[in-house]
Design a protein around this ligand. Sequence first.
Ligand code: BT5
Length: 248
Amino acid sequence: MTTGSLESGEFAALPSQLGTSRFGRPLHVIPRVTSTNDVARSLAEDGAGEGTAVLGLEQSGGRGRLGRSWASPAGGLYLSVILRPSLPVLLWPVLSLAAAVGSAEGIEAAAGMPVKLKWPNDLLVDARKVGGILLDSGAGFAVAGIGINVGASPGTLPEGAVSIDVALAPLARAVLQHLESAIDAVYADPAGTIRHWKARSVTLGRPVHVTGAEVIEGVAEDIDRDGALVVRTPSGVRRVVAGDVSLR
Ligand code: BT5
């Protein structure tokens, strides 16, 4: 990996301004990277502690969930943070919801616009996708990967995406700060994270079409304590652990 110089450009002062106790300590800034989640995973496998973060300025192989790709033009925020969760593995999906809450708060603090959430991991501004969360896991660790579209030129993002205009270093700082608080909060009280996630949800109470292991049509009713989506269908209540949701 090529580690960028922290002395250079707008990131020079970032480590000293973080205001976090663990997140972004250390912070590896990499100008061009395949996927920040892959770099963070290999650091975690080498024993890096919770909070170790990788910030890419551009990704050539940005990943979404389920083998999908994440458009990662230069200028966006591509951030991965190693977690060493003190939670039962059954609750690890809630980490992804906590990362979404922390990222939404970070965007709001840095850019000043309201951010909503769509299950499981979409960050929305004006009903369009401004970012997403990818939670990878390994033995004793998880990697929370956050992509946020910033200053993207027309045509560099897929249809339905939106980009915000905000300075990258303050955004990175705000996201790391709010992420640390959100992760500390989920370790202490996972149910509280689900309440915070639900308060930002555009999914609940809406008719949905869910594609996952199977296709489900119904009304999104709740998020259960494990982070699964609860959908009421004509044939009963179904619980979705992984999948994609279209709002109807
Ligand atoms: C996600 O996946 O939303 C998770 C994205 C996580 C990206 C971060 S960047 C830092 C870290 N390193 C990585 O390699 N990844 C993480 P998913 O829900 O599967 O959404 C992917 C789908 O969103 C794609 O199939 C496209 O339809 C759409 N998409 C791709 N790039 C996008 C973008 N930049 N903005 C909005 N939508 C996008």
